[in-house]
Design a protein around this ligand. Structure first.
Ligand code: IPM
Ligand code: MN
Length: 351
């Protein structure tokens, strides 16, 4: 029986990169015992201009019938900022209760020159994962605006904090048994609540080395030493997770190398690149498809429990980089290749 994968192409470079994600999934499913059926679900800015809805009911119905979703970036400069984010991306995360956002931060071999950090800081490699709370905090959409005041409530619930921390402890157990919680407990009550719960839970996980770090300090420390000596699993709230995952993406060379999973452990999860729709380069065929391809590896790992297929995709990406293929965002001087050439290179090594 075939497995339905929902495909949201998104806006800007979305369709260009998502098509390589679909090809990757097709390639990796061969001889794997998995058979995928891809169903398109229009969501985003272009969908809004065509139908008047960012997330039409029909698309939602399609997604409800899927085992996983591959999502492209969305947003258009000709639509007021915030509309697509609120009614598209954030709505999907809420509707499907994707309360975990998993963001791996890994420096691929050969990309040292694309990182703004000095070589010496990268010698030990970079390989950690950010577990970002994905349903509350400043993203709870509580608050409002008058002519003279605007408020955003930073929501921390017992259920919300507990479930994300439990998830992070679980990942830490499976990885290097080192967990850092990032907060701003010296100022924010939500953060203090979070830190107290983290410290209480740390006591029942003596096998894991736990520590807390203030977010401003984290931002410096990760630049001074991004190595596995310091970071393995980092857990943080929604807003801080948004910010530090972009900083971390720069460290490993580009947002074009950074995949992400909006994860619901018992439900429908959605895999996407961390980068945006990049309207400035849309249609030029130069976007980096690797973040989307790596998001497909995450889909194999987290939704289908197929570590073998996830590793296969990640190895093919490494092989393409080893062979010297570089899109513009990661090329640091050398002549760069197109989206298509990079996509084909990965597919070649998958076969
Ligand atoms: C991300 C994005 C989104 C976020 C935006 C587009 C709503 O920046 O996935 O990191 O803030 O979560
Ligand atoms: Mn972001």
């Amino acid at each position: 029986m075939s497995i339905k994968i929902g495909v949201i192409e998104g806006d800007g470079v979305g369709p260009e990169v998502v098509s390589w994600g679909v090809s990757t999934l097709e390639a990796v499913s061969r001889d794997s015992g998995l058979e995928f059926e891809f169903v398109k679900a229009p969501v985003g800015g272009s969908t809004y201009l065509e139908t008047g809805k960012v997330l039409p009911e029909e698309s939602l119905a399609i997604l409800r019938g899927c085992a996983a979703v591959l999502k492209g970036p969305m947003g258009r400069p000709d639509i007021e900022a915030g509309v697509v984010e609120r009614d598209g991306i954030l709505a999907l995360r809420q509707i499907f209760e994707q309360y975990v956002n998993i963001r791996p931060v890994k420096l691929f071999r050969g990309l040292e020159a694309a990182s703004p950090l000095k070589d010496a800081l990268l010698e030990r490699g970079v390989d950690f994962v950010i577990i970002r709370e994905n349903s509350e905090g400043l993203y709870a959409r509580m608050g409002g605006m008058t002519a003279t005041t605007a408020t955003d409530i930073n929501l921390f619930t017992e259920r919300g904090v507990r479930r994300i921390l439990e998830f992070a402890f679980d990942i830490a157990k499976k990885r290097g048994k080192k967990l850092v919680s990032v907060d701003k407990a010296n100022v924010l009550s939500g953060s203090l609540y979070w830190r107290r719960m983290f410290e209480a839970m740390a006591k029942s996980h003596p096998e894991i080395t736990c520590s807390s770090q203030l977010v401003d300090s984290f931002c410096i420390l990760v630049l001074q030493d991004p190595s596995p000596r310091k970071w393995d699993v980092v857990v943080t709230d929604n807003m801080f997770g948004d910010i530090i995952s972009d900083e971390a993406a720069a460290i490993v060379g580009s947002l074009g190398m950074s995949p992400s999973a909006n994860f619901n452990p018992g439900g429908l999860s959605m895999y996407e690149p961390v980068h945006g729709s990049a309207p400035d380069i849309a249609g030029q065929g130069i976007a980096n498809p690797l973040a989307t391809i790596l998001a497909c590896a995450m889909m194999m790992r987290y939704t289908f429990d197929r570590e073998d297929l996830a590793v296969k995709i990640e190895k093919a990406v490494q092989k393409a980089l080893d062979e010297g293929f570089r899109t513009k965002d990661i090329c640091a001087g050398e002549p760069h290749c197109s989206t298509e050439v990079m996509g084909e290179a990965v597919l070649k090594y998958l076969h």
